[in-house]
Design a binder for this molecule. Structure first.
Ligand code: ZN
Length: 55
């Protein structure tokens, strides 16, 4: 239970972490308002991305 999903980590998630925390990731990407200009990932909060840009 130690490895919870951390802010700023969305860009760096490994495949096994994505499947493990899929519900949490789905929750923060469902209403995405930001996209990472470096990694092309999206989320509802800029804190999840390394180079957030408003969508
Ligand atoms: Zn990024």
């Amino acid at each position: 239970m130690a490895d919870t999903l951390k802010a700023k980590s969305l860009c760096k998630l490994k495949r096994e972490i994505i499947s493990k925390h899929f519900d949490e990731i789905a929750a923060v990407t469902r209403n995405s308002q930001y996209i990472c200009s470096k990694c092309a990932r999206t989320s509802e909060g800029k804190k999840w991305l390394c180079k957030p840009v408003t969508l």
